[in-house]
Design a protein around this ligand. Sequence first.
Ligand SMILES: CC(C)(COP(=O)(O)OP(=O)(O)OC[C@H]1O[C@@H](n2cnc3c(N)ncnc32)[C@H](O)[C@@H]1OP(=O)(O)O)[C@@H](O)C(=O)NCCC(=O)NCCS
Length: 148
Amino acid sequence: MTGVKKATSTDLDAIVAIENACFTDDRFSRRQLGYLITKAQGACFIISRNNSVKAYISVIYKNNTSNLRIYSIAVLPEARGRGFGQMLIDKSKTFAREQHCSKITLEVKTTNAGALALYKKNGFQINGIIPNYYHDGTAAYHMILNLK
Ligand SMILES: CC(C)(COP(=O)(O)OP(=O)(O)OC[C@H]1O[C@@H](n2cnc3c(N)ncnc32)[C@H](O)[C@@H]1OP(=O)(O)O)[C@@H](O)C(=O)NCCC(=O)NCCS
């Protein structure tokens, strides 16, 4: 059964495994991921199939701002191309509206064609470029989706 649900600390091992399978230099540590699941102002959502976690998204927001930030999104390589990324973006939109946020922002590597295609398909627009954002010197696009 496939579905999106809120992650808890019991999902930490699986989320760490996804993070390590999907990113190299710029990845969150186990400690950071634990914080994002349990303490950060925001939420982590996961998608499981056959009792195994295949994908996660972390979103955060600050008090008194109208902005939800997608902090990380990753789908295990073998589970890509099946709509899981889209389901997580849909969840972030629902969550943003529940938190009364009027926009969603994110940063993405300018070279990450797959992720860029996912975001553009969902209406995100490039709002600026941040040089040297990643450890390897690659720039990031700052992207915004207005929900109003
Ligand atoms: C980006 C990522 C989350 C997409 O997840 P996914 O489950 O494969 O995406 P979906 O199957 O839901 O695809 C939805 C849409 O996104 C776009 N898309 C996703 N992957 C794509 C790719 N590799 N190339 C082109 N378009 C792509 C397509 O428009 C697709 O719609 P379509 O299938 O109707 O063409 C996944 O590739 C991933 O985890 N990558 C590594 C981690 C990463 O780069 N995260 C983003 C950091 S900013």
